[in-house]
Design a protein around this ligand. Structure first.
Ligand SMILES: C[S@@+](CC[C@H](N)C(=O)[O-])C[C@H]1O[C@@H](n2cnc3c(N)ncnc32)[C@H](O)[C@@H]1O
Length: 214
């Protein structure tokens, strides 16, 4: 993508113009951690609430374990807690973002300095009933191949829920990666909510995949 402005919010716009280099992304969020919640609330960011409600529609909170991949300051964990989810772990590339998430008290465990693309080296295979990643499959952050990494962390018949900012969906090979997972029989698509609210500078698609049973 070019240098075109996407958001009127300076920090959000800068985030969307990162280049996906994990070192640069980490450094950027280290600086943004303290004011992230203010900026995103001013941009009417609704991704976490929408994602939590969507998960609730497909999976009862009961005793399920959830992993919030790229948990940031914990906005997704807070929304999940409101709906009755209790066993929520999170991780993020940025230690300061992860610290903010831990401080919310919404999480059982939060890990900082973890790159989603290498998360399989940290978390055991098939350990979670649900994995969510909201606001992470977005411009300048992670490549679509992260979907395959996250699916491996979901137990068979468990759910993977991700948001894709519409511009990200249009400018990357996300659809191809999703199609491959479906064609290989590794997952089924339970739900796709297209062009749903996200924030005041654009919409997102919300995807709910079910990992195939063994
Ligand atoms: C826009 S924020 C979204 C945070 C949170 N999920 C939310 O909805 O508020 C994107 C987050 O993804 C994290 N992130 C970006 N690239 C990552 C990677 N490769 N591995 C892990 N986290 C990453 C950033 O550090 C940041 O906290």
């Amino acid at each position: 993508m070019g240098d075109d402005k996407i958001s009127d919010n300076e920090a959000i716009d800068a985030a969307l113009h990162l280049d996906g280099d994990p070192d640069k992304v980490r450094e950027f969020y280290e600086d943004w951690a303290r004011s992230y919640n203010l900026d995103t609330s001013q941009s009417e960011y609704s991704g976490p609430a929408i994602a939590a409600r969507l998960l609730r529609e497909h999976q009862n909170p009961g005793d399920v374990s959830v992993l919030d991949a790229g948990c940031g300051t914990g906005l997704v964990g807070i929304e999940l807690r409101k709906l009755g989810y209790e066993r929520i772990d999170g991780f993020d590339l940025s230690p300061s973002m992860a610290e903010e998430a831990a401080a919310t008290g919404a999480y059982r465990d939060v890990h900082g300095d973890i790159d989603l693309m290498r998360a399989a080296g940290t978390f055991p295979d098939a350990a979670y009933d649900a994995v969510l990643s909201i606001g992470v499959f977005t411009l300048g952050h992670v490549p679509p191949g992260g979907l395959e990494v996250l699916l491996k962390l979901v137990r068979p018949d468990g759910l993977l829920l991700v948001s894709t900012r519409v511009q990200y969906y249009e400018q990357t090979g996300f659809q191809r990666v999703a199609d491959d997972l479906l064609a290989n029989g590794e997952a089924t698509l339970v739900r796709l909510v297209r062009d749903a609210p996200y924030n005041n500078d654009g919409d997102a698609h919300y995807w709910v995949f079910r990992r195939s049973g063994r």
